[in-house]
Ligand binder design. Structure first.
Ligand code: NAD
Length: 308
């Protein structure tokens, strides 16, 4: 495999001032990208993004800070403008900014839902949308939408976050479809790594629900650096995939997908009781497929009905 290089390319990483995002910025810059590091501004307008920029520049790389919120259209546009003004283009967008406001379902107030949707979902939407015209213009783009196992597989105490992250998956699929004809490839990365800094309280209930000793067994391997290689691949020229999701944690990399069973073709006169009687067939995973898009699903329905 050839060395993966970002020479001559410009990458935007939202929420790049801390945690996983900071690691993505440093690695992309080390591999030759000019990096726009986005994060929230501090009280004086400067922010953690400026520290990451200083780190990159000290190592001989090129970077610029964009101290804006992703959660408004104007903020996202300013982040993309920073890339255009400073480096002249955008090639890579990593929608990594995120927050958690955890609690059991009945405790999640509208403001705790709104903030999480605003940053995790609307932030990714606005940032990708702001970059889209430039990516279309140059007929090249790599967008990596950061998602979460919390949205795809679920756990307790974070229904707001799960709703947002489920949305991240749907956003990725839609952008992959629309981007394909413009040379824009869009995939999702679902990391698991040491604790997020931007949550105000831990996810409740680990002691109750997590299998005993599991977190302790994994902890030694869950370094942030063990997520970055998958991000770098998906963001690179080498990546030819689109519309796919990958889990990365502790040095284990895997594909995450939504599949479809062959199902049960009843015709149009089935009753609820017939459905109940055929659940085993409806749910049988044998011969499942992974539709790339809604048209694959419609084809599968036509196949099942014998009207293909
Ligand atoms: N750490 C994990 O195990 C894990 C698991 C699944 C998904 N994720 C996702 O990966 C991403 C990075 O996770 P992390 O652990 O490094 O989290 P983190 O909280 O350390 O970093 C997130 C960054 O986003 C920034 N941010 C928050 N609101 C913002 C806004 N409105 N505009 C711009 N930036 C904003 C924060 O200031 C912070 O620097 C997050 O989106 C998170 O949801 C993390």
């Amino acid at each position: 495999v050839d060395e993966i290089s970002f020479d001559g390319q410009v990458a935007i990483v939202t929420g790049g001032g801390r945690g996983l995002g900071r690691g993505y910025c440093l690695e992309l810059a080390a591999r030759g990208a000019s990096v726009v590091v986005n994060d929230l501004p501090g009280p004086d307008g400067r922010g953690v993004a400026d520290d990451v920029v200083a780190e990159i520049e000290a190592a001989g790389g090129a970077a610029a800070a964009a101290n804006e919120t992703v959660s408004t259209r104007e903020g996202a546009q300013a982040i993309v403008r920073a890339a255009l003004d400073r480096f002249g283009t955008v090639d890579v967008v990593v929608t990594n900014a995120g927050v958690m406001r955890n609690g059991y379902f009945e405790e999640i107030t509208p403001d705790r839902l709104d903030l999480v949707l605003d940053v995790c979902l609307r932030g990714a939407f606005f940032t990708a949308q702001a970059a889209w015209p430039e990516l279309r213009r140059k007929r090249y783009g790599r967008i990596v939408v950061i998602g979460s196992a919390g949205g795809m597989f679920a756990m307790q105490g974070e229904a707001n976050y799960a709703a947002a992250r489920g949305g991240s998956y749907g956003l990725m699929k839609a952008l992959a479809f629309e981007g394909a004809e413009h040379g824009i490839l869009v995939n999702a990365l679902l990391p698991v790594a040491p604790g997020m800094s931007s949550m105000d309280a831990p996810v409740p209930g680990w002691e109750t629900y997590a299998p005993a000793g599991l977190m302790e067994r994994l902890a030694p391997f869950q370094r942030r650096e063990a997520v970055t290689p998958m991000l770098v691949y998906l963001a690179s020229r080498a990546c030819t995939l689109t519309g796919e999701a990958f889990s990365a944690s502790a040095g284990r990399y895997a594909r995450v997908f939504v599949g479809l069973t062959p199902g049960w073709a009843a015709g149009d006169d089935a009753r609820a009781e017939d459905v109940a009687a055929h659940l085993d067939e409806i749910r049988d995973l044998d011969g499942f497929t992974v539709p790339r898009n809604l048209y694959d699903e419609l084809e599968a329905i036509a196949d099942a009905l014998g009207v293909a």
